[in-house]
Design a protein around this ligand. Structure first.
Ligand code: GDP
Ligand code: MG
Length: 163
């Protein structure tokens, strides 16, 4: 079986945008199962000739907002547990927010290798966020623009030794 890479992080950082870019088609293999798995999408990814299974977490609906933190934590932890590598994505433009720090705490106990990714890093607007992200405890982030396809080689280089 292919190695599995889970994309995790708080809502709106760009996880699904990266998923779609890696899988190369929109809404690949949407899972209609009820419950937690409903929010999980999986697809076969290719990154510069390296093949892996990629898992996109979340996709929260408005009616679930009240229970969002609990569900997000369960889903994030399950995805990380099942994955060979977790991409922990933050938003370089927004900078580090308390929920990012909370997720970082959840991740500290895991054996799964974590690759920190600072997305939305196109242009200069992300510089402060990249520096803030270094304080999360997962080293220097891979700077990425999932939307514009920047940082793909750096992402490849970060993943290659781990899968
Ligand atoms: P998710 O909730 O983490 O899955 O985030 P989405 O993939 O749904 O993206 C949230 C928003 O961020 C959308 O409006 C995207 O268009 C935007 N976005 C995603 N990647 C980038 C990026 O690299 N740069 C910028 N500027 N915006 C992005
Ligand atoms: Mg999403």
């Amino acid at each position: 079986p292919l190695p599995t890479v889970a994309i995790i992080g708080r809502p709106n950082v760009g996880k699904s945008t990266l998923f779609n870019r890696l899988v190369g088609k929109r809404l690949a293999l949407v899972d209609d199962q009820p419950g937690v798995t409903r929010d999980r999408r999986e697809g076969d990814a290719t990154l510069i000739g390296m093949d892996f299974r990629v898992v996109d977490t979340a996709g929260f609906e408005d009616k679930d907002v009240a229970t969002l933190p609990g569900r997000m934590r369960l889903q994030t932890e399950a995805a990380v547990e099942d994955a060979d590598v977790a991409l922990f994505m933050v938003d370089a433009r927004a900078g580090v927010v308390p929920l990012d720090e909370e997720i970082a705490r959840w991740l500290r106990g895991t054996d799964t290798p974590i690759v920190l990714v600072a997305n939305k890093a196109e242009g200069r607007a992300g510089e402060t966020g990249v520096i803030e992200a270094m304080a999360l405890g997962f080293g220097e982030p891979v700077q990425l623009s999932a939307e514009h396809g920047e940082g793909v080689v750096e992402l490849f280089e970060a993943l290659r030794p781990l899968i």
